[in-house]
Design a protein around this ligand. Sequence first.
Ligand SMILES: Nc1ncnc2c1ncn2[C@@H]1O[C@H](COP(=O)(O)OP(=O)(O)OP(=O)(O)O)[C@@H](O)[C@H]1O
Ligand SMILES: [Mg+2]
Length: 380
Amino acid sequence: MLNRFSMLRSMDFFSLLCCRKLSDGKEPGARKSSTWRVFSLKELHSATNNFNYDNKLGEGGFGSVYWGQLWDGSQIAVKRLKVWSNKAEMQFAVEVEVLGRVRHKNLLSLRGYCAEGQERLIVYDYMPNLSLQSHLHGHHSAEYLLDWDRRMSIAIGSAEGIAYLHHHATPHVIHRDIKASNVLLDSDFQARVADFGFAKLIPEGVTHVTTRVKGTLGYLAPEYAMFGKASESCDVYSFGILLLELASGRKPIEKLSPTVKRSITEWALPLVQGKRFKEIADPNLNGNFVEAELERMVLVALVCSHGTPDKRPTMHEVVDLLKGKAYEKLASLENDDIFKPDLIRNNREFAAIDGSSNGICVQGDAKGDMKQEAVVNLTG
Ligand SMILES: Nc1ncnc2c1ncn2[C@@H]1O[C@H](COP(=O)(O)OP(=O)(O)OP(=O)(O)O)[C@@H](O)[C@H]1O
Ligand SMILES: [Mg+2]
């Protein structure tokens, strides 16, 4: 693996990207590499009207995202680093490196980047329907644009994007920040998984890496939050939370009182155990959903967010399950212990993570030798 810090110091992003190994376009949904390029700061200033406030699409941990238009009329989204630091620089490099390696219809495409002085900017295709988060809980939630068919296709599309990262990209990629604000929606409401700043490349034959915990509260797999053990199945866990969110319109963590919080799995599991699937459906759907598909989505969501990593399906299996192709597997999942009453506690996220207040930051030795830093936020 590349030593990222030395790589970062040299800051030769051009040669870094030239070394990338692109997909050969044979995997399902994979695309031939399209062209990316280096942008000048001047060009991005002009495209975004000098990063005008009116052009701002949103803000995240890395910085602000602006809408822009290039001289050829094409629309772009520009993510501009807020404050320069080694950590931010690392995030920038990882995002550019990973996005430069992957091409898939359900992954956000990289248009290019700009690294001038302390300015770090990443240029993407503009996604006119913004993020899943904005439709479920944000600005667009009152417009009810997510009917059931769209939700199903977003679920399958984002699963295919992640499956590509896990099973087809070379080396394999763990995303580590799967959540509703990182699933963007194109003009046809097709899902594009975005934000690779926390991604890890996994060399062939390696099952997991031990790492600092990064991600968003409510989406973190317990073994990752507690022991920093990152593997593909951590993304599967986060995807399970995302699926429950998509089906129900609820947030991953709900505040029941100033001190008590409930995770979406704790809320959904008793309903599934009582076979009360319809009560899980987002009230904004007004009862307009396909019952069998809702049931499937919820069951898959809950096995994905199983407390025991080995019990979670792979993303390939998730795609087949969501498409209704794995009938027998689904039937066997329904008989899993987690769907029997009284076992709710086994599938909970650990209280240390769940029970915290804002912007949890766990530091120290989680297990003797392991330093843990939970860089998580509660905005998701
Ligand atoms: N390519 C894009 N097209 C359209 N809107 C985008 C694009 N990229 C980002 N956005 C918008 O900008 C917002 C901020 O994105 P950003 O990834 O910086 O933060 P976030 O996902 O909310 O949080 P985090 O920093 O934890 O990922 C997104 O929620 C989305 O609405
Ligand atoms: Mg994001």
